[in-house]
Design a protein around this ligand. Structure first.
Ligand SMILES: Cc1cc2nc3c(=O)[nH]c(=O)nc-3n(C[C@H](O)[C@H](O)[C@H](O)COP(=O)(O)O)c2cc1C
Length: 213
């Protein structure tokens, strides 16, 4: 069973790890900010490499500098979008006394899934996930690997049994996607739906039936 959503969600910890799928992260970040959600952004070193490699998205190593760059890129303020560094143990998501309303790990590497399933809390990203689990806050992971080994499946099952929402970035075709953006939006819509965050990324299933009546 998933953790209940504390409605409405106002703050989200968004964590990026070194799996393929940065277009999902970029679109998700943009949608969260558009929905007026405050975002605390965390990313691993491997995420920086993947972001650069597949989306030419430069995430500076220094968190303060990254906050500045991203606020400019997404036309927002450090109050709404704040990056925390790997070892910033005084950051809000490090403590059960001040976690975000929800946490999303997108994309989630198999390494990150393993570390979180093992509860290592070695750096802020892992600790924030550990805090989400112990505080029964909604945690969504968007794991990306294929094929999945028994190790991956066991770790994912462990997290699912702890109440974590496992949301693989699996494309649907029933909305007849025409572009890569359409396919990205499909997954991002599913993530936002989990947290009841409003969006207009794609029409709702059956909505055209209702408008005819
Ligand atoms: C370009 C690139 C793509 C990668 N894609 C994946 C992937 O899809 N899934 C995965 O589990 N690991 C992938 N990896 C490997 C992880 O980045 C690596 O295991 C890393 O240690 C994960 O660290 P992190 O969980 O701290 O981000 C990729 C690495 C690179 C450089």
């Amino acid at each position: 069973m998933h953790f209940p959503v504390v409605a409405p969600v106002r703050t989200v910890t968004l964590a990026l790890t070194g799996a393929s799928g940065m277009p999902y992260a970029i679109r998700l970040l943009s949608c969260l900010l558009k929905a007026d959600i405050t975002v605390w952004l965390l990313y691993s070193q491997a995420a920086q490499i993947v972001a650069q490699q597949e989306s030419q998205w430069h995430l500076p190593a220094n968190a303060g500098q990254c906050t500045e760059v991203l606020c400019q890129q997404f036309q927002t303020t450090p109050q709404k979008l704040h990056v925390f560094g790997r070892d910033e143990w005084f950051a809000p998501p490090a403590s059960g006394s001040n976690p975000a309303d929800a946490m999303i790990i997108c994309p989630a590497s198999m390494g990150a899934i393993a570390a979180i399933a093992a509860g290592t809390s070695d750096h802020l990203l892992e600790r924030a996930a550990d805090v989400s689990i112990k505080e029964n806050r909604p945690l969504i992971v968007v794991p990306r690997e294929t094929p999945l080994s028994a190790i991956h499946l066991q770790n994912l099952l462990k997290l699912a049994q702890l109440g974590v929402c496992i949301l693989p970035p699996v494309a649907g075709f029933y909305h007849h996607p025409q572009t890569i953006d359409d396919m990205v939006d499909f997954v991002v819509a599913r993530i936002l739906d989990q947290l009841h965050i409003p969006h207009t990324l794609m029409p709702r299933w059956g909505a055209d039936q209702l408008s005819d009546h």
